[in-house]
Design a protein around this ligand. Structure first.
Ligand SMILES: [Zn+2]
Length: 282
């Protein structure tokens, strides 16, 4: 697939790929020529997912790579990040992600020791003024949680989802989360895993999140596949979020590698897209 199929603008092509159930809860639009997938959240809470389009990076990192830890040209990454920060007119808080379970406040993270690892951030209208959280992804599951008081974003790799990063993010919020968005990430179509990982997911989230080898399409048909989206949705429901308030555009990063970086599809030398969250009134 190509992001510029039939000469249609990339925003239109991406919008067509959103799962119909999520269409009314997300918008695809261009910000300064950069196509983004924006969540419709209540109140002043805002979150968007960047794609790989619209940046300065070239080659395998083409083009909106936001990861300063990649082997990409640091100047191109800095320009890409600055493009987002300038559009938001906010300071980006972008911690070192380690597939851990630590969740911090955005201001706390911004003021803490540089490089202190963190895989989730909370944003509060009074505490985190002028800040935007930026977490980076290339297959792992971005999760946005939103309540009446504050919001949180989390980086959910399979280890994190199994270990409870979604629960940690929900508990770190001051008010209870009432809505969630699952961002572009590796889908059940493409997430083949070893038997031990499959068994761990089945034990934690139920047998429904694991598909036996050979069922459905996708690579790795001789291996079981895990539905990280279903596991993540299950974790959100455990936090008290109603199932219909868990929005998922069902955009698999490996199936849509024209729009998104995918570690599984492209290997370790690739870029990272972002999940950006902020409180508009803060
Ligand atoms: Zn896929």
């Amino acid at each position: 697939m190509t992001a510029e199929r039939d000469g249609s603008p990339p925003t239109e092509v991406l919008a067509e790929r959103i799962d119909p159930a999520a269409e009314s809860r997300m918008d695809v639009r261009g910000i300064d020529g950069v196509p983004v997938l924006e969540c419709r959240l209540p109140g002043a809470f805002r979150a968007l997912f960047t794609t790989r389009l619209g940046g300065d990076s070239v080659g395998r990192f083409s083009s909106l790579n936001l990861d300063p830890r990649s082997e990409d040209d640091p100047a191109a990454v800095a320009r890409n990040r600055q493009r987002i920060a300038a559009w938001l007119d906010r300071r980006l808080v972008s911690p070192t992600q380690v597939h851990g379970l630590r969740v911090a406040g955005a201001a706390e993270c911004a003021g803490g020791p540089a490089g202190e690892p963190c895989d989730g951030l909370t944003l509060h209208p009074e505490i985190d003024k002028g800040l935007a959280a930026l977490l980076l992804f290339a297959d792992c599951v971005p999760v946005v949680l939103c309540g009446e008081v504050d919001m949180a974003v989390a980086h959910g790799g399979w280890r994190g989802i199994l270990g409870g990063i979604v629960q940690q993010a929900g508990r770190a919020m001051i008010g209870p989360p009432a809505a969630a968005v699952i961002g572009p990430s590796i889908g059940p179509c493409c997430f083949a895993v070893g038997v031990e990982v499959a068994e761990a997911f089945a034990a934690r989230f139920g047998a429904d999140v694991v598909m036996s080898p050979g069922r459905g399409s996708g690579e790795g048909n001789d291996l079981p596949r895990v539905d990280l989206w279903a596991a993540t949705a299950g974790a959100c429901v455990e936090l008290g979020i109603r199932p219909e308030q868990v929005v998922n555009p069902r955009l698999c990063t490996a199936c849509n590698s024209d729009f998104f970086y995918s570690y599984r599809k492209e290997g370790p030398v690739t870029g990272r897209q972002g999940c950006v969250a902020w409180v508009a009134s803060a």
